[in-house]
Structures are given as structure tokens and as C-alpha cells.
Design a protein around this ligand. Structure first.
Ligand SMILES: CC(C)(O)[C@@H](O)C(=O)O
Ligand SMILES: [Mg+2]
Length: 554
């Protein structure tokens, strides 16, 4: 047993004595030690109940003959960090999460791991740790929040309704009283925000890649089935430990392909591109942006989920969840059924008796919501290394667009201009120096994109940035422009009024300037002073890679 190194033999009496100080019995010490990475806190709605999930996981581990050992993991609420300096610290928390789990598992010689997670950076951080440590591991999420019901109108509301309502109030399309109704009803329970935003995107892909049990992506946080799933995760980890089923046997190249196909069918967050790339790197697998277009071109978009569509994760769960989406894709040969999963079985066996239960929530492949998948990667003289858009949430009018650049050096400047009604129909808003190095931290910008949607400008205005977006962002919002401005990418030399041409079906994004002009402007460019000069983000900015490589810290 790996943990023998801390508990076996005469020399380890002091170590055992320390375990005994905590109340562990000899019997418990002699069993496999299962590290439980618990990211509970009282600042993320998706994490407030994770102590309950952890308790259930521990019960499962005990039932199956192991000893659970819990430790804490940090987590940022992107919603609360949104639109201020706090968001600069969010993406980088992913690496702290991965590193801190590596430290805890290695220092204490755990035999296997259960990762208790839910929200945006905690899921990928934990998957990165799982790949790096390569100990038998299961990821169990706290589950999605239910959608809210508007108290006075028919229809569902969610966190994005609240963000968009702000834009509606500022453009006199809604009263403050109605905003307050939506504020009170948009987030009705604990759990990760209820649409196909980043947290749920990553929880669903965890299931698709084989690292979460069936149901992990979609069973709502408030359902008792979620507690039962957590107990099963606790029991199952003992099975994986006995059979030595490690992440490297699950997160293979083929498993990443499966995850990408599910990503395209669901219409996941643009952030999945960053996170899958970063997890693949830890797993020793290469994932380049061109590949996303290849998968997207052959994988239809089957589910119409918020922010682009009408449904929420609770509807997807009712329709059969991720296993049903996998089944639908598998019937057309778009899934590798041989991939091993944390059930201890192959995907093909997991989906044997699965059925799609609602054909409007999970459409058949021959009648999809869109012929292509949720994401597109565009290339051109403005983004030589690529940029990402959630094409399934772009209005048809904006799939091809040409307009004058409106240039802003930060999210704050752009948000102010939008809220002060200084943006005209046809404009292409450019927000730069918000990249991984320049931000630093590649802020997610839900406030300006939601204001545009709430003001009903999303059929007329595009927004480009070297920063990133929320999974809740809709409209022609094109992020991750690489190389970023701070690294001398061409986005740095765009001037007010330059014409920008966007062609999402053609996968191109270009500045209507000849290359000599671009080169001459670039030769006069100098990087601005860093905005954060001390602490974690100053160190992060020095070491972070381009968004096109997953914004990983090398
Ligand atoms: C606040 C949200 C909705 O979680 C957002 O941060 C996302 O990325 O989806
Ligand atoms: Mg987010």
C-alpha cells in the first residue's frame, strides 16, 4: 500500500502516534488512506453544501473498508468575483488548487483520492491534480442549482437573467422593481448556477471523460440522489484502488475526444477550451485549437440550454443526462465506447440500458438545434494563434459581421461606455490587456456581455477580447484572442475606427489592414507596466502561458 511509507514498521511509530492523536484507531490506520479534497466554503453557492457531500463520500469509503481523510481546498465564486479586481484572481486559483492537492496527497502518502467539487476553477484544478498524481481518483460534484421561477411572469430565470436585467434597467427597458424580483428569484437553491455555464460544463465533461460517475454532471444539488451518488463515489474509490484503475487509464486521448464531442453537443462554456487543454497537458496529451473546429464540424449541437437556449441542467437531467447525450452521439459512431470510466467499466457498458427520455431537450442527431457544435475557433491576422466563440449562442445576424473597432484598455472602460450608451449598432468592441499575462489573470467578463444582451444590442454589436467570458455569456463575444496584447499580439495595435471582419462560419477574424501597416504599428509598440506588482498574481503573470495553450503556469 502506498501509505505504508507513513505507517508501517518500527520507524513509523511516531507517525502512527500522530494519527492516534487525531483519534484514528489501529484498524483505521491499517486500511487504505483515501484523501478527500473538500472544497466546501460559505462564499460559493455551489460549495455551501459540500460538507454534506463530503460526509456522504466518507460514509461510502468507510462502508467499503477504507479510511477517509479530509482536507480543505480553496475556491472562488466567479459570480461574486465578477467585474472587479477579484476576477483577476479566479483563473489562477485553478493552479493553486491543483498544486495544493498535489502537496497534500504526496506529503501524506494517500492511496487514492476523492475530489469534492462544483464550480468553475475547482473542477479543472482537481482534474489537473488527478492527472498529475495518477492515484486512483473520482471527482464528485455538488450538483447544479435549480432554475428560478419568475414570481410574476411565466418562465424560468437564472443568474444570467439577473446580469442581463441590469443592462435592461440601464437602457430603460425594465424597472428597478422587476430587477429586484429577478434578483430574488434567479438563484433559488444551493448548487452551481443552473444553466450550461462553466461549472456545469466542466461537471458534465468530467462525466464524459470518465472521471465522474453517471449522473455527476446533472443531478441537482438539492436532490437526495446527489447524496446517494456521493456515497457511491466513496464506495467506488475502494474498487478503483483495488483494481489500480488510475486517471492515466481513464483520461486517454480517446477520452478527451469523447469529452470534446459531448462539449459540442451540449454547447458548453468557452472556458472548457482552456480547461481541457490544461488537463490534457497534465495527462501528457496534446490538444490544439484546430482540433476543436474539426470536432465541432462533425458534431451537431443537440441541447438548447441557457444562456443560448431555453432549458436548464434540471431539464437535461430529466431527459437522461450526460449518459443519454453520450448514447445519442454513440449511435452515430461519435463516441469511443472502449474508454474506461470510474464505474470500473467501459462507456459502452455504462450506456447499454440508457435512453433519451425527452427528445426536445436532447434532440436526435438528424434534427439538431445547430448542425455544428457549440464552439468555434477563429484564426486571422487579429488572432494568429486563435480565439474562441460559443457559436451556438450567437444571433444569426452576427455570424458574419464587419464594423468599426471601439477600443478599450480594460473591462472597466468598456463596461462604462456600454452602460453610458456610447456604443453604436454595428460597432466591434475591443477589450485588451485583459489576457492571462496582461490582466493579469484573464478576467471573465460577464458584465459587459450581459449589458449588451440586456440592452438588446446583441444582434448588432460584437465584442472581442484577449480576456475570457462566462459560460453564461451569449452573443458575438469572441475571447481568448492569442497572442494577447501584453505579449505584442496584433490586438495591441488596433485603433479606434479600424474595420474588423468576423466570419464565424468561415472561422476567420481579420483587421482590414495590410500586413505592412500591422507590422509597422507593431514595431512601435511597447508593453505597458504590469498592473499587479506583488503577490501571487505578479508571479503568475511572469510564468503563465498563452490562452491558446490553456493559460497554464509553467
Ligand atoms: C458566474 C458563472 C455563471 O459561473 C460564470 O463564471 C461562468 O463562467 O459560467
Ligand atoms: Mg466562470
Amino acid at each position: 500500500m502506498k501509505s505504508d511509507i507513513i505507517k508501517k514498521g518500527i520507524e513509523r511509530a511516531p507517525h502512527r502516534s500522530l494519527f492516534k492523536a487525531m483519534g484514528y484507531t489501529d484498524a483505521e490506520i491499517h486500511r487504505p488512506l483515501i484523501g478527500i479534497a473538500n472544497s466546501a466554503n460559505s462564499i460559493i453557492p455551489g460549495h455551501v453544501h459540500l460538507d454534506k457531500i463530503t460526509e456522504a463520500v466518507k460514509a461510502g469509503v468507510y462502508m467499503a473498508g477504507g479510511t477517509p481523510i479530509e482536507f480543505g481546498v480553496i475556491g472562488v465564486c466567479d459570480g461574486i468575483a465578477m467585474n472587479h479586481i477579484g476576477m483577476k484572481y479566479s483563473l489562477g486559483s485553478r493552479e493553486i488548487i491543483a498544486d495544493s492537492i498535489e502537496v497534500m496527497a504526496t506529503a501524506h502518502a494517500f492511496d487514492a483520492m476523492v475530489m469534492v467539487t462544483n464550480c468553475d476553477k475547482i473542477v479543472p484544478g482537481m482534474l489537473m491534480a488527478a492527472a498529475r498524481l495518477n492515484l486512483p481518483s473520482i471527482v464528485i460534484s455538488g450538483g447544479p442549482m435549480l432554475a428560478g421561477l419568475h414570481p410574476k411572469k411565466t418562465g424560468k430565470v437564472d443568474l444570467i437573467s439577473v446580469f442581463e436585467a441590469v443592462g435592461a434597467v440601464l437602457s430603460d427597458k425594465m424597472t428597478e422593481d422587476e430587477l429586484s424580483d429577478i434578483e430574488d428569484s434567479g438563484c433559488p437553491t444551493c448548487g452551481s448556477c443552473s444553466g450550461m455555464f462553466t461549472a456545469n460544463s466542466m461537471n458534465c465533461l468530467t462525466e464524459a471523460i470518465g472521471m465522474g460517475l453517471p449522473g455527476n454532471g446533472t443531478i441537482p444539488a438539492v436532490m437526495s440522489a446527489r447524496i446517494r451518488l456521493a456515497k457511491e463515489a466513496g464506495m467506488k474509490i475502494m474498487d478503483l484502488w483495488e483494481k489500480d484503475i488510475t486517471p492515466s487509464k481513464i483520461m486517454t486521448q480517446a477520452a478527451f475526444e469523447n469529452a470534446l464531442a459531448v462539449d459540442m453537443a451540449l454547447g458548453c462554456s468557452t472556458n472548457t477550451v482552456l480547461h481541457l487543454t490544461a488537463i490534457a497537458k497534465e495527462a501528457g496529451i496534446s490538444m490544439d485549437l484546430n482540433h476543436i473546429n474539426k470536432v465541432s464540424s462533425i458534431t451537431p449541437h443537440l441541447c438548447s440550454l441557457s444562456p443560448g437556449g431555453k432549458d436548464h441542467i434540471e431539464d437535461l437531467n430529466r431527459a437522461g443526462g450526460i449518459q443519454a447525450v453520450i448514447k445519442e452521439l454513440a449511435q452515430a459512431g461519435k463516441i469511443n465506447l472502449e474508454c474506461l470510466t470510474v464505474t470500473g467499466k467501459k462507456i459502452g457498458e455504462n450506456i447499454k440500458n440508457i435512453q433519451v427520455l425527452d427528445r426536445d431537450v436532447i434532440r436526435p442527431l438528424d434534427n439538431p438545434y445547430h448542425k455544428q457544435g457549440g464552439l468555434a475557433v477563429l484564426f486571422g491576422n487579429l488572432a494568429p494563434e486563435g480565439c474562441v466563440v460559443k457559436q451556438s449562442a450567437v444571433c444569426p445576424e452576427m455570424m458574419q459581421h464587419k464594423g468599426p473597432a471601439r477600443v478599450f484598455e480594460s473591462e472597466e472602460q468598456a463596461s462604462k461606455a456600454i452602460m453610458d450608451n456610447q456604443i453604436n449598432k454595428g460597432d466591434v468592441i475591443v477589450i485588451r490587456y485583459e489576457g492571462p499575462m496582461g490582466g493579469p489573470g484573464m478576467r471573465e467578463m460577464l458584465t459587459p456581455t450581459s449589458a449588451i444582451a440586456g440592452m438588446k444590442l446583441d444582434a448588432h454589436v460584437a465584442l472581442l477580447t484577449d480576456g475570457r467570458f462566462s459560460g453564461g455569456t451569449r452573443g458575438a463575444s469572441i475571447g481568448h484572442i492569442s497572442p494577447e496584447a501584453m505579449q505584442g499580439g496584433p490586438i495591441a495595435i488596433v485603433q479606434e475606427g479600424d474595420i474588423i471582419e468576423i466570419d464565424i462560419p468561415g472561422k476567420t477574424i481579420n483587421l482590414s489592414l495590410d500586413q505592412n501597416e500591422i507590422n509597422s504599428r507593431l514595431s512601435g509598440w511597447k508593453p505597458p507596466e504590469p498592473k499587479i506588482t506583488k503577490g501571487y498574481m505578479a508571479r503568475y503573470a511572469k510564468n503563465v502561458s498563452s490562452a491558446s495553450k490553456g493559460a497554464v503556469v509553467n
